[in-house]
Design a protein around this ligand. Sequence first.
Ligand SMILES: C[S@@+](CC[C@H](N)C(=O)[O-])C[C@H]1O[C@@H](n2cnc3c(N)ncnc32)[C@H](O)[C@@H]1O
Length: 246
Amino acid sequence: MTDAAYLLVHEDREYLLEPGEEFGTDLGVIEVPEDVAAGDEVETHLGTVFEVRALRGPDLFNHLERTGAPMMPRDVGLVMGHTGASGGDRVLDAGTGTGILAAYLGRAGADVTSYEVDPEFAEVARANMATAGVADRVEVRTGDLTEELDALAEGEPFDALTLDTGDAPAVVERADELLAPGGRLAVYSPFVEGTREAALAAREAGFSEVETLETIQREMDFSDRGSRPSTAGVGHTGYLVFARAP
Ligand SMILES: C[S@@+](CC[C@H](N)C(=O)[O-])C[C@H]1O[C@@H](n2cnc3c(N)ncnc32)[C@H](O)[C@@H]1O
């Protein structure tokens, strides 16, 4: 992983900027030096000081250019935990979308092949991977994963398969051909219909440990009056199916 971008922070302002980049703000123009490093301070031409910080995973969610709805950090955490994807693993991912999940996987050391059917989204995702410092680990391929299954099934098997597309069940049907024995499958779906289809397809394909989870988080509020879950509503994001390849 390379430090391709940094977070420049002043009070509640923060910008994701690359070495050598010039950026105009209402606090003045920031010129990021080519040799900038985390811990430096950079002054705008009007004299406001920005602190330079290393880029962290959650900053990607907040600052990468968005195309397809990005996976939220809470769901990324579940995918990372349930697939165990880590250094040296080969991961097949689709669709890339903004590339949040792909970037997290790459930053964890996995070698990721990610398919994105929309050519413009794929271009943005490639730039996002460069910003995230994982362009050497995450290969974004323009294409429909469902049309690549024959070719991929003939290649080296993957350790994990992560799917976040409406047609994921069609890929799950053939996921045993893509994964090494014991390899892990993760399917994210915002709707219960697609989730059920993916879980049934995994079972049909001979996968074990097929498990379906709904992601709900309750934020806690701490005030002078007391502590309780936030009244802002139920924090539902989606459903996740996990399974183990035969
Ligand atoms: C919800 S977004 C994925 C977000 C991504 N997981 C992230 O963390 O940023 C879904 C993306 O899948 C793409 N897509 C849908 N079907 C596809 C397919 N069969 N092959 C490749 N990409 C596909 C869409 O164009 C869209 O960009």
